[in-house]
Structure formats: structure tokens, C-alpha cells
Design a protein around this ligand. Structure first.
Ligand code: NAI
Length: 328
């Protein structure tokens, strides 16, 4: 399509926003032939920083970038949005309890859900990156009664890509030689990167998984705790990889997954694979005709079942903790 895409990015002056915006402007997200209008939402104190980023976007002279507008008001920023990249969130402050973090973010995402319901384009697609991403997406969806819930997704593509990277190192192959990795559950340390259905350079993931010591003590914790390892090494949390995964997520949602492969994304559960309806849970997904479809019919062994159940229990607990922000 050559109709301009209206893309609203929240937390645009943050480090993920900074890394994402230039690649969106360059066509990495929606294809090089799709013009883009960027709408940046920031907190008032960060508007000046966003203006600096907009100056740099101008200076990229990107062929498909038609406009960049900056807002500190959600209703204005989301007006006509076809894509909402919800990256901005309240970070965990020192001494803050997890329940307080959940509550503070639930209030933000409840408001953004309401506003999206009122002013976004009819074909809106949302990806929540700001943590706790899954539950923030569930809250936003619950406050947008006129938007189909499956348009609200949360990012687990970074976890998916991290799992591919670790498998590539293990097998001594390239990322492109790996397919059918699945991430289940919450974007948190309880997430379960599942290789039992994967294909790894001509080998089956199930074959690699027979080395249970490697699977349990190395692969799964390395993927799940990669964010912490990056903070320790870099002195800052992952930003460019998170931006890249966000772009991959929207790219595949709109333009489709590779035939014979799938990816991972968190979507409101329709009640499959033992995940209660409505929890925003990561599943293996394919994009067909611009819609995510959960890959059906996968056999879940006992090893996987226990790990999926543990992460789903955590998601259910998060929803309980923000219960009063969910409409009855
Ligand atoms: P950052 O702190 O550099 O930037 C966040 C930006 O959001 C700030 O500029 C802040 O002013 C803005 N912001 C906060 N509340 C806002 C609101 N209500 N409306 C608009 N803007 C708002 O943080 P960074 O590194 O860019 O990360 C952003 C979020 O992404 C964090 O919550 C982080 O935990 C999460 N994250 C999620 C990942 C995932 O895979 N799902 C991976 C990495 C980070």
C-alpha cells in the first residue's frame, strides 16, 4: 500500500524509542514503499528531547518519512493511529514493590486504552513494549471495548530472537538456519523458550533438548536472564535489540511470517493450550492475511507443560494484582 501509515510511538525520547524511530523512518518496519507519518508521545519533561530526535529524523532525509509530530497529550498523539508502539512506561524505582509498579503502569495503560478506543484508526494494531508488557496490554485491551482484543499484543519477539541467537551459538549455525522456536508465557524470567518443535540447521530441536543439563541449566536461563546480563555488561538495559524486535513484530504482523516458520508474540488467549481466556500470553504465532494465528496442534510434553503453567500462573497473579483497574 502507498497510503501513508500513521505510527504513534510512546516513550519516543527513551533509549528504545531513539533506536526504533530511525529504522521505522528508513522503511524497516512497513516496507520501503510505504510512506510513514510519525507521531511521538512523551511526558512533558521529555518533549524537548523528542524535539531533538525529530531534528535528527529530518536530517536523515528519509524518502518515505512524510511528517514527525510531537505531543505530550495522548488524545492528540493517538489521533488516527494505525500503529501504536507503546514503549513508554513507568520504570521501577528503588524500593518499589512489584505490585506498586503493576498499579502505576496499569493506570497509564488503562488511560491509553480508553483514548485509543476513541481516536485511533479502525484498523489499529498495538504492540506494548513497556513493562510489565503482557499485563499492560491486557489492561489497555480491557479499556478499549470497541477494538477487537487481538489487536492488542505485547512484545516477546526479543525473547524469541534471543532464543534463536543462543541456539545458533550452540549449533554453530546462522540465525537463518533456525526456525519454529516458540516462546510461551510472560515477558519475565518465568518465560519458557521451547525448542522441542524447532528446526536447527537440519537437526530437530528435540534432539538438542536431549541434553537436559544444557537445556535446563544453560539455554533456558541464558535466554530468560539475557536482559540482566546486558545491563551488567553495557551499564544500560537492552535498547537496540528491543527496538529491532519491536520492528520485527510489526513487520511480520503486517507483511506475514516466512512460510514454514513461525514467530512468538503475546496475545489475549482465546483459551488454548491451557491458558485462561483473556490473559495476554506469549504463543507461537503465524501471521496470515495481516492477522496473528496461534500455531495449533503442537504436542506439549510434560517438561514444557510445567514451565508454561508456571509462567501462566504468574500472569494470572499479575491480573489479580491490578484487578480493580479491569472493568467488571
Ligand atoms: P527509557 O527510560 O529510556 O524510556 C522510556 C521513555 O518513556 C522515557 O523517555 C519516558 O519519559 C517515557 N514515558 C514514560 N511514561 C510515559 C507515558 N505515560 N507516556 C509517554 N511516554 C512516557 O526506557 P527504555 O529503555 O526505552 O524502555 C522502555 C520500556 O520498555 C521499559 O518499560 C522497559 O522495561 C521495556 N522493555 C521491554 C522489553 C520487551 O521485550 N518487552 C525489552 C526492553 C525493555
Amino acid at each position: 500500500s502507498t497510503t501513508p501509515a500513521v505510527v504513534t510511538v510512546t516513550g519516543a525520547a527513551g533509549q528504545i524509542g531513539y533506536a526504533a524511530l530511525f529504522r521505522i523512518a528508513a522503511g524497516a518496519m512497513l516496507g520501503h514503499d510505504r510512506p510513514v507519518r510519525l507521531r511521538l508521545l512523551e511526558l512533558p519533561h521529555a518533549v524537548s528531547a523528542a524535539e531533538g530526535t525529530a531534528m535528527e529524523l529530518d536530517d536523515g532525509a528519509f524518502e518515505q518519512l512524510l511528517s514527525v509530530d510531537i505531543f505530550d497529550d495522548a488524545r492528540a498523539a493517538f489521533d488516527g493511529a494505525e500503529f501504536a508502539l507503546l514503549i513508554g512506561a513507568k520504570p521501577r524505582a528503588r524500593g518499589m514493590e512489584r505490585a506498586d509498579l503493576l498499579q502505576a503502569n496499569a493506570a497509564i495503560f488503562a488511560e491509553q486504552g480508553e483514548v485509543l478506543n476513541d481516536v485511533a484508526a479502525a484498523d489499529l494494531r498495538v504492540v506494548v513494549v513497556g513493562n510489565p508488557a503482557n499485563t499492560n496490554a491486557a489492561i489497555a485491551a480491557a479499556h478499549a471495548p470497541d477494538i477487537p482484543p487481538e489487536r492488542f499484543t505485547a512484545l516477546t519477539r526479543l525473547d524469541h530472537n534471543r532464543a534463536i541467537a543462543q541456539l545458533a551459538h550452540r549449533a554453530g549455525c546462522a540465525a537463518r538456519d533456525i526456525s519454529r522456536v516458540s516462546v510461551w508465557g510472560n515477558h519475565s524470567p518465568t518465560q519458557y523458550p521451547d525448542i522441542f518443535h524447532a528446526r536447527v540447521a537440519g537437526r530437530s530441536g528435540a534432539d538438542l533438548a536431549t541434553d537436559r543439563a544444557w537445556l535446563v541449566d544453560d539455554f533456558i536461563p541464558t535466554v530468560a536472564r539475557r536482559g540482566t546480563a546486558i545491563i551488567e555488561a553495557r551499564g544500560a538495559s537492552s535498547a537496540a535489540s528491543a527496538a529491532s524486535a519491536t520492528i520485527d513484530h510489526i513487520h511480520d504482523w503486517v507483511l506475514g511470517t516466512e512460510s514454514d516458520d513461525w514467530t512468538s508474540a503475546a496475545l489475549p488467549s482465546p483459551g488454548v493450550y491451557g491458558v485462561p481466556e483473556g490473559l495476554v500470553c506469549s504463543f507461537p504465532v503465524r501471521s496470515v492475511g495481516g492477522r496473528w494465528e496461534i500455531v495449533s496442534g503442537l504436542e506439549i510434553n510434560e517438561f514444557s507443560r510445567a514451565r508454561i503453567d508456571a509462567s501462566v500462573a504468574e500472569l494470572a497473579g499479575e491480573i489479580t494484582a491490578v484487578g480493580d483497574l479491569l472493568p467488571a
